[in-house]
Design a protein around this ligand. Structure first.
Ligand SMILES: [Zn+2]
Length: 259
């Protein structure tokens, strides 16, 4: 997912959510920044980071990370959280993407465009520069193809002139060449940024076949036979809650009968 409100993201990580972050270094950076920016003293921030890691990171060993945590706390004031209101996508940008006429390439290009717009605000990048990893890119775009084919899809788009390589040869970066300022058609918020591929497909299909989860707002594919209200994750939570209520009701009925 693309993060729009980094402060909210760090807070939910702190509260034990955001299971997608696996790297201990990322965890340490977010948690220390969160604690320092919520005005904890250096000592408190250190203790609290250790407590958090013991709770939420498997086999955490304090002695191996004490310097890393202290360094992260010292560096934290230099990295305020960014908050991006929304990402806007325009008509001409969407026209260019859909003109590729190849769903995989279209989804990848749409994700790269959104990433470039997000990084302009989060990293201060200019001229469509976008930093990416091919694994994340394909994950966000919901494209599953063998590793070699992924690079090939990108290369085909580069050949058409819609993507370019930066002058300084950096294999982790591309340049999105078609960012425009005409009529805004899509305004993406945080929940849209969790499922960029579906946002694009929903637009392309004229608003058919996709829906937002009524609990968390995440986009999902609509099934053809039965209208889904919740995403898989929320469906389980709602189902458990219903079971719990049902059991409670039964228990009450039983006690009343025994009275
Ligand atoms: Zn949901």
């Amino acid at each position: 997912m693309l993060i729009l409100n980094e402060e909210k993201y760090a807070k939910s990580l702190y509260d034990g959510e955001n299971k997608d972050i696996k790297s201990i270094m990322s965890k340490i950076r977010y948690i220390t920044r969160y604690l320092v920016h919520s005005e904890q003293s250096i000592d408190d921030a250190y203790q609290e980071t250790v407590r958090w890691l013991k709770k939420y990171h498997n086999n955490f060993d304090e002695s191996s990370y004490s310097n890393v945590i202290s360094d992260a706390i010292n560096a934290a004031p230099k990295y305020p959280f960014y908050i991006i209101d929304k990402i806007q996508v325009t008509q001409s940008e969407l026209n260019i993407i859909s003109s590729l006429d190849n769903l995989r390439a279209e989804k990848i290009l749409f994700v790269l465009l959104c990433m470039a717009k997000q990084q302009r605000m989060s990293n201060g990048f200019t001229n469509g520069l976008v930093k990416y990893s091919i694994t994340d890119l394909c994950k966000f775009a919901r494209v599953s193809v063998p590793a070699d084919d992924r690079e090939y899809i990108l290369y085909e788009i580069v050949k058409m002139g819609l993507l370019g390589y930066p002058k300084k040869n950096n294999t982790q970066c591309l340049i999105v060449n078609f960012i425009n300022t005409d009529e805004v058609v899509l305004e993406l918020d945080e929940s849209d940024c969790q499922e960029l591929a579906y946002v694009y497909l929903n637009w392309k299909n004229g608003g058919k076949g996709y829906a937002k989860c009524q609990r968390c707002g995440r986009w999902m594919k609509q099934s053809k036979t039965k209208t889904k209200k919740y995403c898989e994750y929320c469906a389980k939570i709602v189902q458990n809650e219903q079971k719990r209520l049902w059991a409670e009701k039964n228990r009450k009925n039983l006690t009343q009968q025994n009275d």
